[in-house]
Design a protein around this ligand. Structure first.
Ligand code: HAM
Length: 422
């Protein structure tokens, strides 16, 4: 084969698209119930946006971005995630003037140059939401409730919601000190990246994927013990809100997330079915991102879920059920004249909402019938000289071979009504 899709990318083929469309449609419906509106943003943005937004000590920015110079020598990057771009759009389009909270949802492809593995791609798709303009814990609860509702609408069971708080700037400062004191004697055992992270952003050491580093950080202090009163209260209110809605969760003090913008609430939905990392969805609060991208101080919270990983989960739970397409009618033809007539007739039928097709490759009748059977047509109508002359033709059911009925070709309304009802 001359070409194949680049490593870590894949084609989504017609035979699987039904599940993609179902998941996307259910997500859009759930988002609308919660009054979230769709936003679409560019596929690439200035590199600086992600360096400042996602954080220049994160793995994403350090190792995983698809960055290129455009023809005017500007550094551009294919978006590795959606939040930074959505926030850029929020600021650029003056959305702070709109009624708060500004609740947005998206369906985006993203690009990360990662080591390819089960559930880990270089181009992947995210469904996500961002709610801007509320610092209240009820907004965190609302976003998680939306996500939980979505999983329920798809019938997903047994994924676990893990919740943590990583505090605000003040609690982070106290925690960074404690973490540094813990890690200092271990520096020689940590990888060179972690040695760099130690000075700039010690929290990032906690999500280092190098096994020897993982070993060293096993007994590190947990950030939950360093939360100030405000963050503690916020966390408790989120937990209470989830309990009020009977959304099951576990507090997992190990969750710190791999992006720098988070404050207070962070959460993940995990499952054993989606490969080494297990995370289907990640999110949290990011109260300073808008400001750090030169916008007005605006608290925010959101999440993104990986569609490929969600589909793996659906498959593992026996929920990957492709909808069966049953087109209404195939107009088989016996000669050229009938073919032209049938194409016109199919065109008319479609105007009335009927899924109709005719022969488009010049095959003989036997091959046409085989095709109609393979494509699961409900009915077939054979058109030839006799039918065109008498202006009457027989509709045959593909499922019950003895079910036949004559229809007038001059006035298609009876045929249309019959096909709509059956
Ligand atoms: P993230 O944890 O980097 O967060 O990604 C969210 C989800 O995207 C993951 O849980 C996973 O399902 C999927 N994902 C990430 N990388 C890959 C990959 N290489 N292959 C397949 N799936 C992947 C974010 O992106 C944040 N923007 C989420 C957020 C929104 N936080 C607040 N608002």
């Amino acid at each position: 084969m001359a070409f194949s899709a680049p490593r870590g990318t894949r084609d989504i083929l017609p035979k699987e698209i039904g599940m993609w469309q179902k998941v996307e449609q259910v997500f859009a419906e759930v988002c609308k119930k919660y009054q979230f509106e769709e936003i679409r943003i560019p596929t690439f943005e200035s590199t600086e946006l992600f360096m400042r937004g996602v954080g220049d000590t994160t793995d994403i920015v350090q190792k995983e971005m698809f960055t290129f110079l455009d023809k005017s020598e500007r550094s551009m990057t294919l978006r590795p995630e959606g939040t930074a771009g959505v926030v850029r759009s929020f600021i650029q389009n003056g959305m702070q003037a709109e009624a708060y909270p500004v609740c947005l949802y998206y369906n985006l492809n993203n690009f990360r140059y990662e080591r390819v593995a089960k559930g880990r791609y270089r181009e992947f798709h995210q469904l996500g939401v961002e709610a801007l303009g509320s610092a209240h814990p009820s907004m965190d609860v609302e976003v998680i409730a939306l996500l939980y509702d979505f999983f329920q609408a798809l019938g997903v069971k047994s994924t676990k919601l893990r919740l943590n708080s990583i505090g605000n700037a003040a609690s982070r400062k106290a925690y960074d000190q404690a973490l540094k004191a813990f890690l200092k004697p271990k520096l020689s055992c940590l990888c060179s990246d972690c040695n760099k992270r130690f000075e700039k952003n010690p929290l990032r050491i906690l999500d280092c994927k190098v096994p020897t580093c993982q070993e060293q950080i096993k007994d590190a202090p947990v950030i939950m013990d360093y939360l100030d009163e405000e963050c503690q209260k916020h966390h408790e209110a989120v937990c209470q809100g989830l309990r009020d809605l009977q959304i099951p969760f576990e507090v997992d003090t190990g969750i710190v997330r791999g992006l720098d913008y988070y404050t207070k609430t962070v959460f993940e939905f995990v499952s054993e079915n989606v490969g080494t990392q297990g995370t289907i969805c990640g999110g949290g609060r990011y109260d300073h991102l808008v400001e750090s991208l030169d916008g007005p101080a605006t608290a925010a919270v959101g999440f993104a879920l990986g569609v490929e990983r969600l589909l793996m989960e659906l498959e593992a739970q026996g929920l990957y059920v492709l909808p069966v397409a049953e087109p209404d009618v195939f107009l088989a033809v016996l000669d050229e004249k009938a073919q032209r007539y049938a194409q016109k007739m199919a065109y008319q039928l479609r105007k009335h909402g009927i899924v109709a097709q005719t022969e488009l490759t010049g095959r003989g009748l036997k091959a046409q019938m085989k095709y109609a059977d393979k494509k699961n047509y409900k009915y077939v109508m054979v058109l030839g000289e006799t039918e065109l002359q008498s202006e009457k033709a027989e509709l045959k059911s593909m499922k019950q071979k003895d079910q036949r009925q004559m229809f007038d070709l001059q006035d298609l309304s009876h045929l249309v009504n019959f096909l709509k009802e059956n």
